[in-house]
Ligand binder design. Structure first.
Ligand SMILES: [Zn+2]
Length: 58
């Protein structure tokens, strides 16, 4: 799990990662994890404005 913070593109606050999910709707085979069969994404939410962003996990 990454400790890098994501900055909210809407209000600039530091977002909190609160989940990791598998995205099976990915077209790029380079992003697909062969173990999980999908792309691993980090789910980040903004504590200020509530925006949710997905980012590819590292
Ligand atoms: Zn925000």
């Amino acid at each position: 799990m990454s400790n890098r913070r994501m900055i909210c593109p809407k209000c600039g606050a530091e977002m909190n990662q609160h989940a990791t999910k598998i995205d099976y709707d990915v077209d790029d085979p380079a992003l697909i994890d062969p173990v999980f069969g999908g792309a691993i994404k980090e789910v980040h939410t903004c504590p200020k404005c509530g925006r949710t962003e997905l980012r590819a996990a590292e």
